[in-house]
Design a protein around this ligand. Structure first.
Ligand SMILES: *Cc1c(COP(=O)(O)O)cnc(C)c1O
Length: 237
């Protein structure tokens, strides 16, 4: 690995951002009466190159989230030796499912049975089952992906029957302009859906919710996986 002045300042900056983020996570967890160790930070690395991801690894982060398959592949290749956990958090397209099934450890944002069927059929046999989260459009936004809350149980049942997938939980993204009480209400809705699915017998352990601008509300409502980009790496260009 290169280590010039530039890389060490990048390391220092990402390290400092992560330190501040962990303090905010710890306070929100304390307010919620939760153990901060039950909350994982997924570093959302879209728009950033391999050197920034190396700084994140040096700071102790071990999981990355990418939105675009073609952008992610060179980074997956560049960081192969470090073996981070790769999450696909974009909208999965049917013509990219083979690459997703071969290269990623998790796929969030699944909202159609056809995508899940393809991922299961295309997951290589030497690999463990692909971890999956179903995206729910809790705010009912027309422009966002995700099933409606009413459609979620049927999709969860269909995915649970697929052999090469491991259904882990639910994912959501809220609109950017909500007040804190509105954020909490949206996240609470996702948690209620998770609890209902658990009560119907699904062994789910993941609530993928909360981004740089709303993760504190997400923690209050039970988030286990925060998807954090700009708070770690600065604003995207
Ligand atoms: C970009 C993105 C994030 C991270 O957003 P920040 O506001 O930069 O933390 C999280 N989740 C998804 C699905 C994203 O596309």
């Amino acid at each position: 690995m290169l280590s010039g002045p530039q890389n060490s300042s990048l390391d220092a900056q990402v390290g400092e951002n992560l330190r501040r983020l962990r303090l905010r996570i710890a306070s929100a967890a304390a307010l919620a009466g939760r153990d901060a160790a039950s909350i994982t930070v997924l570093a959302v690395s879209k728009g950033h190159g391999a050197e920034t991801l190396r700084a994140a690894l040096a700071a102790g982060l071990t999981a990355f989230g990418e939105n675009y398959v073609d952008e992610a592949l060179p980074k997956i290749q560049a960081l192969r030796e470090a073996r981070p956990v790769w999450h696909f958090i974009g909208r999965p397209q049917a013509n990219k499912t083979r690459t997703l099934a071969e290269q990623f450890d998790w796929v969030h944002g699944v909202d159609r049975p056809r995508i899940a069927e393809r991922l299961s059929a295309q997951r290589p046999f030497h690999a463990p089952p692909l971890n999956l989260c179903v995206q729910v459009n809790v705010a009912g936004e027309a422009t966002k992906g995700g099933v409606t809350p009413e459609q979620a149980p049927e999709l969860l049942d269909a995915i649970a029957a697929l052999p090469r997938l491991k259904l882990r939980g639910l994912m959501c993204m809220l609109p950017f302009d909500l007040s804190e009480p509105e954020q909490r209400a949206g996240f609470a809705r996702l948690r209620a859906l998770l609890e209902a699915a658990q009560a119907r017998g699904h062994a789910l352990d993941t609530l993928s919710m909360g981004m740089s601008d709303d993760f504190e509300a997400a923690i209050r409502e039970g988030a286990t996986l925060l998807r954090i980009g700009s708070a770690l790496f600065g604003a995207r260009g």
